[in-house]
Design a protein around this ligand. Structure first.
Ligand code: SF4
Length: 367
């Protein structure tokens, strides 16, 4: 959305003309582009966080056709939203979407807020998303700063302040704001991000045919591959999950994950988490096993039927899955018994989904 001339401020926007021209010739056509519906823009931005466009595309379309507006999302069943999100990861996004949709209904009468502050006040919406919605939907002069913007600006201006420090964040936010095209903030923001996503890419950017080649400091000083600079490394913590697909007649057991941990609100099979890898024999001697399988009588346990290393942003899950067939009904405290045929109705992590697919393929009789 472009702003009216009387609203415009007379500030130069040094990159704008080249970026707009480049965008007109090169941008991808996507369903959330060129629209001013704040709700749809919001959904697209949340879906695309940490997700490739090709994958996000499918989820966005599914989400919008099921929940076409903020009121329908606010009225949704939590489990249904989690199920629609299944496979996309970073499930806090889905939980926040629901909370924010309900906030829009409760605090804004069901109308998506039209100010930056109003948008920013919603659950799960940070500076970047608020600026994107405010500028794309309402033409408000807020600069977006995402990974693409950090990369382009750090290279064009040759800035080596680490982007993951407070100082770096402040510096880039101020620079992005200074460079913003106040005549067309939404179009400019889209163009800058698209340029970073398609042209000034992390590896092997196309400097030879670049609109900024004549003024790019990184290119002139041969620092393209070094920029942007990041200071910290994420500490990745290993976790050891031993899952049990418990099958008795046509029943199995699951529970909903609660608390402040990964996969909150997703469902999972009976789990014993250990501090290091443990063989099945050792697990069967432990207290957690006794609690789960109290009253189960004789149990037959398959050897591990599925195992993998599942990588999340801050965790590596070393997972093992076993099939357990007890003679009697086990205690399973905290888990609910459901018919096996209903398992597909519950949202599960990508890890568990992988196991269930494998099981259906190799052990169809267990379904
Ligand atoms: S010259 Fe290279 S590094 Fe500089 S903006 Fe263009 S593509 Fe990016």
């Amino acid at each position: 959305m472009k702003r009216e001339p009387e609203e415009q401020e007379a500030r130069p926007a040094p990159l704008a003309a080249d970026l707009h021209k480049w965008y007109a010739a090169n941008h991808r056509v996507l369903p959330w582009r060129g629209i001013t519906d704040a709700y749809r823009i919001w959904i697209s931005e949340i879906v695309l966080q940490q997700t490739r466009v090709a994958q996000g595309f499918e989820y966005y379309n599914r989400f919008i056709s099921r929940f076409p507006d903020v009121r329908s999302l606010a009225a949704a069943d939590d489990d249904e939203v989690m199920k629609l999100w299944q496979g996309l990861g970073y499930y806090s996004r889905a939980r926040n979407l629901l909370t924010a949709a309900r906030q829009v209904v409760e605090r804004f009468g069901g109308e998506f807020p039209t100010t930056y502050e109003g948008i920013r006040s919603l659950q799960g919406i940070g500076d970047y998303t608020a600026a994107a919605i405010a500028s794309f939907a309402y033409g408000l002069p807020h600069a977006v700063v995402d990974g693409n913007v950090y990369r382009v600006l750090s290279r064009v201006y040759g800035i080596d302040t680490p982007i993951d420090t407070t100082e770096g964040k402040k510096l880039f936010a101020a620079l992005a704001d200074e460079l913003l095209d106040r005549c067309d903030p939404g179009g400019y923001n889209q163009a800058l991000m698209e340029f970073g996503a398609l042209h000034c890419v992390p590896r092997s950017p196309r400097c030879g045919e670049c609109i900024f080649a004549g003024r790019c400091v990184a290119l002139a000083t041969r620092r393209v591959e070094e920029l942007p600079v990041k200071q910290g490394r994420t500490v990745v913590k290993p976790r050891y999950f031993n899952y049990f697909y418990v099958c008795r007649g046509s029943d199995t057991w699951i529970r909903r994950r609660e608390g402040r941990d990964i996969w909150r609100n997703l469902y999972e099979l009976p789990l014993i988490e250990t501090t290091e890898e443990q063989p099945l024999e050792l697990l069967q001697q432990g207290e957690a096993w006794n609690e789960l399988f109290r009253g189960a009588g004789r149990v037959s346990v398959s050897s591990q039927v599925y195992g993998c290393k599942h990588i999340l942003s801050h965790r590596v899950i070393h997972a093992r899955f076993y099939v357990v067939e007890p003679a009697d009904t086990p205690a399973m405290p905290g888990y609910v018994k459901i018919p096996v045929e209903r398992l597909g109705d519950y949202a599960v992590s990508r890890l568990t989904e992988g196991f269930l697919e494998q099981l259906a393929e190799n052990y169809p009789s267990l379904f």
